[in-house]
Design a protein. Sequence first.
Lengths: 186, 357
Amino acid sequence: VSGGSETRFLPLVCPDCGDDLAGRAGDVLAFCAPCETAWRCDREKLERWPAGRVTRPPDGQGAWLTLPVWVSGSLTLPAFPGRRPLSLAKILAREIAGLPAERGVCRPLPLGAQVPPEAVTAVAPLLAEQTAADRAPVLLALPVRVTKRHLLLPGTRQVLFPEDVHELQGLLALAAPHATPEPAAP
Amino acid sequence: MAAGGPAVTTVLHADRQQAVSCPRCGGVPDPAGGSGYLARCRSCGVLGRIHDPEGRQRLAVMAAITPEFAARSVEQDSGGSRIDVEGCELVFVPFWRVSSLIVGSVRGQRRRTRKSLERLPTDSGQSLYQWVERDDGTEDVDEDAERHHVAVVSACPLDELGVPTLDRYRQGAGRLGVRRPLDRLGEVVPFEASLRRRGTVLDPIVTAAQASEEADALVEQQERGFAGDLLPGARVDATVIARDRVLLFYPLYMVRFRRAGVPCDGIVDGVSGKVVSHSSPETSDASHDRRLVSLAGLLAGLFAGSLSRLALWSPPWISGAEAGGVRAGLLLLAAGVVAASWIGARQLPRLLGRSET
């Protein structure tokens, strides 16, 4: 965690509208649902962060949530910790490319971003992908349907597995009150 | 303003406590008002995050067993012999839990082997079939390396109580369940001062920086392990892209009891109920007795052997026919020494007042 060596209390209040930001203690981002903005909160002061969301809903029925994913140029990296981040980076880069997206985040919020955006630069050589060097990585909220055995991505047969997302049950519980109705169709 | 609770919120470090206040109004953040290290100011009500450079969160695992269950575990662990429990104290022992997300690539060469089923004729004309593995050259390797590595470091080592100290040299916790994933540890709650009312909370003496150093050493070992099955000269490029550091207070029961009148101690895992260690002065006494008996047996054996040698391979002064009675006497004496030492070895612990356990 960057920023100073002293313990401080950082108010999580949206600088734009004054509403409470939503987030988890260990995440690098907190969100303002009314403003649909993301704020970096692991530094000395809040910093607005570019964020967007995939608007296409995942297929099927049942519980769903949005997972935070870093996108920079052609490189994609899960912002949530999991057991195989590089493999997921390759899968998501392939599957997310054609999905419709728009600016701003809405409920359920993409909580669980514990991988800092600086990691995008670190993994770029490993993936032989180009990052947008002049811009900060964008946080993309990716809707995912959770079944007993799989996590279904929108618009593809490619699936992820529950073990790919640490704290999946906790994130699902946080998303549950806001996970209906279905995400807006494109 | 919320009623009750402490007048000031402090964050505990290894070497100091630091007060935390709301920068908007100077009020007191209430950690109970939010999960983990989120807190709400009691004065102006603003939600905030307590930014602690030493670690993300302090968590406590709640004990899942009762003191009575802990005492029964110790009783069962000591072979079912009756014990008299004198006290059972719940102690929260701190451990650093450092999670590192490692990604990288591994390039090099791996030895390739080929397995084949081969027929081996025997002398009797029959055939035996067996799998034979043969060297089949080498193959190039270019793989991703990715691992979620969790290092657990003792923040307050308790070797003297038999609790294993976890560091860069040891990660195996034995019967201590602290290395299990957080979601399998039962009830895990944010650390609060009220925990001190439930049991004795040991403060960390290993700092976050020292814990990170231990974790770094373990991550290095892990990175070297990525190339473990490759030929020398393999190249590993790995980096840690995310790290999380949590101070976890883990519950242990210290059971003091007497067995056959001898004071003993037992440490029981407060979550699983397994006995972590079992110290008993009786054990060292038994070891002492064994040494004493061995020494006495050795001396008696030497003496009996010397007597037997005199009787069977006699020197000239007792080799005549007239000394036959003397030699028989020596043999009988040797047999007597052996018998006496055997009986003595059986009786010695009882004579010294030790119980037979």
